[in-house]
Design a protein around this ligand. Structure first.
Ligand code: ATP
Ligand code: MG
Length: 578
């Protein structure tokens, strides 16, 4: 394709709101254009990338025996009432929903468990038809609170979602294992460095789930990894083993102390320099919300640890758990913010504790009175230990649960998420098959998502330099950029055309920069657009010589024009896309 005949417009300026490189570079290169927060036009070059990602996704799914289909984006409220998810999605404000002209409520699908379950109902009737996995590639709609990072977190985005149906839990686990391998194949084929991690299932629900994280410092997700043991988990879900707290020298009776203005652990450490922070217990107040009620919840943890609100939310099975505001704190504790503790809390507060408090003796805690703390408090002696469970956030330097290694915190971009759903949807939506004994059973389901547009953006997050994007060959918009130094030069024109035709005939995608402009500008654009392989047709065209100048770095070489095809074919083979 000749650039001179294309809509090919690059810009010097970056969007003011671009927080990550992929966003800035894709906009500058004309790949995407934002028309409202989190809503993008995919230009021709972007669309080629998305189609390539889709093609890899399709091939790997089809190879594993999955069947492609297409479900509607527009969905009636009734289906979501059947699964019981309408309330949660509406309260999380993620769902686009509105009344249609006949006064019926509909939503734009953020995910399709309801539609697929409804689809197979009455079609998959017998265990003999199982297992089955169906998938689609389609636009999803989510009213994200903070759409950002360009295509990473859009309000409208392209997703592949697959759903498996099995007769029993073992079958579901097998389908899940198969899909896990499909995912590994897909992201490897896309040319990405990634880490599969244990994950929290969130609003989708179900038992086990894993996320596929593209390794990137700018990723929104924090991941706990241990190189020694291979443990890897999203910090939303991660567990660890922490060092035991130091024991007090002597058993002293509990006493109240004035602590004017000491609201934080740092203030208290300054005030009581001899008391280790591990023996200071924080009590954090939250407001938990369900569809029909609210509850103030206090969660205790060690002063050197943090609470993981997702673990609290899962324990309570609530719709939301938010930090309590000042008013609620005053109501629950009778004190200003910063002095909450387990002793003398208002009766209607539910008190919980993170397992980091286990074994902490002689501790400091808030006095539920402004400017006051208790010291030398013991569970069992001075108060009953509240229900204690892992509500903590793992930290770098923690041990893995098996004690075999040390945890590090890294960052990643979640590009895929796989779930073992179990019977959550098949039960609630009454979707059953008859088993070997003719008995009706709910399906064991799995669901499997890949953010197609996010995957493409994550490739740029992983592959870029100051000059621009560097696409992995398997998903680059074109395989090779043919840069003709001077438009109108007869020898260059002829060789350019010859190479273009020869490569195209061999199935290689060529972007031919034949524009009438300075070579400097062409090189700048080539850097920006980031086609990984590059061939420069210049001065030596008459001698049938060209420059081989890969975008991925490496030496620029002068090679014979007749060797270009071989070089490119070798590169395609090496990248696994021959
Ligand atoms: P996140 O935690 O990032 O919001 P999620 O858990 O809501 O993701 P899923 O519901 O599992 O995501 O969706 C499957 C995949 O769709 C994700 O792994 C991700 O790649 C992609 N995805 C989810 N939300 C968005 C979004 N707002 N924009 C682009 N891609 C998205
Ligand atoms: Mg989300």
């Amino acid at each position: 394709m000749r650039i001179s005949k294309m809509l090919f417009v690059t810009k010097k300026e970056e969007p003011a709101d671009a927080e990550v490189r992929s966003h800035a570079l894709m906009v500058r290169a004309g790949f995407i254009q934002q028309i409202a927060a989190g809503i993008y036009v995919y230009g021709p070059l972007m669309w080629r990338v998305l189609r390539k990602v889709e093609e890899i996704v399709r091939e790997e799914h089809d190879k594993a025996g999955c069947q492609e289909m297409l479900m509607p984006a527009l969905q009636p409220r009734e289906l979501w009432e059947e699964s019981g998810r309408w309330e949660r999605y509406v309260s999380e404000k993620i769902l686009y929903h509105f009344e249609d002209g006949r006064g019926r409520e509909v939503c734009l699908g953020p995910t399709h468990e309801e539609v697929i379950t409804n689809f197979v109902k009455g079609k998959l009737n017998s265990y003999k038809q199982l297992p089955q996995t169906l998938y689609q590639i389609q636009t999803k709609f989510r009213d994200e609170m903070r759409p950002r990072f360009g295509l990473m977190r859009g309000r409208e985005f392209v997703m592949k979602d697959a759903y498996s149906f099995d007769a029993d839990a073992e079958g579901m686990a097998a389908s899940y294992a198969k899909m896990r391998q499909v995912y590994r194949n897909i992201f490897s084929r896309c040319g990405l460095r990634f880490t599969p991690v244990e994950a929290d299932a969130g609003a989708i629900g179900g038992s086990g789930s894993e996320e596929f994280m593209v390794d990137a410092e700018t990723g929104e997700d924090a991941i706990a990894v241990c190189h020694a043991t291979g443990y890897a988990a999203n910090t939303e879900k991660a567990v660890s083993r922490i060092a035991a707290p130091p024991e007090p020298a002597a058993e002293v009776a509990m006493h109240k102390e004035p602590t004017p203005g000491a609201k934080s652990c740092d203030d208290l450490v300054a005030l009581f320099p001899d008391l280790p922070v591990e023996r200071m217990l924080k009590t954090i107040l939250y407001r938990a919300t369900w569809a029909d009620r609210e509850q103030t919840v206090a969660v205790m943890c060690r002063g050197d640890r943090e609470i993981n609100t997702i673990k609290v939310l899962n324990h309570l099975d609530a719709l939301a758990v938010d930090l309590a505001d000042e008013k609620l704190v005053k109501q629950a504790t009778g004190a200003n913010v910063g002095f909450a503790g387990p002793i003398g809390l208002s009766d209607d507060v539910l008190l919980l504790a993170d397992s980091s408090v286990e074994g902490v003796k002689g501790f400091l805690c808030g006095g539920n009175e402004t400017d006051t703390h208790y010291l030398d408090v013991w569970f069992g002696r001075d108060l009953e230990q509240p229900l204690t469970k892992d509500f903590g956030m793992v930290q770098a330097g923690d041990q893995t649960v098996d004690g075999e290694g040390t945890i590090e915190i890294t960052r990643g971009i979640e590009v895929g998420h796989i779930f073992q759903l179990g019977t959550k949807y098949s039960e609630s939506m009454d979707c059953r098959f008859s088993d070997e004994n003719g008995k009706l059973q709910p399906f064991q389901m799995g669901c499997f998502g890949i953010g197609i547009s996010r995957t493409a953006a994550s490739a740029v997050e992983q592959g870029h330099d100051e000059g621009g994007m560097i696409w992995p060959l398997p998903i680059a918009p074109y395989h090779v950029m043919l840069i003709q130094m001077r438009a109108g030069d007869e020898a260059q024109e002829a060789l350019g055309q010859e190479l273009h035709d020869q490569l195209t005939a061999a199935g290689i995608e060529v972007l031919w920069d034949d524009r009438k402009m300075g070579a400097g500008g062409k090189f700048k654009d080539a850097d920006l657009v980031g086609i990984p392989l590059r061939v420069v047709v210049g001065r030596d065209a008459a001698d049938r010589k060209v420059e081989w100048k890969p975008r991925t770095g490496g030496e620029t070489e002068v090679i014979a024009a007749d060797d270009v095809l071989g070089r490119i074919q070798a590169a395609l083979e090496e990248a696994g896309c021959a």
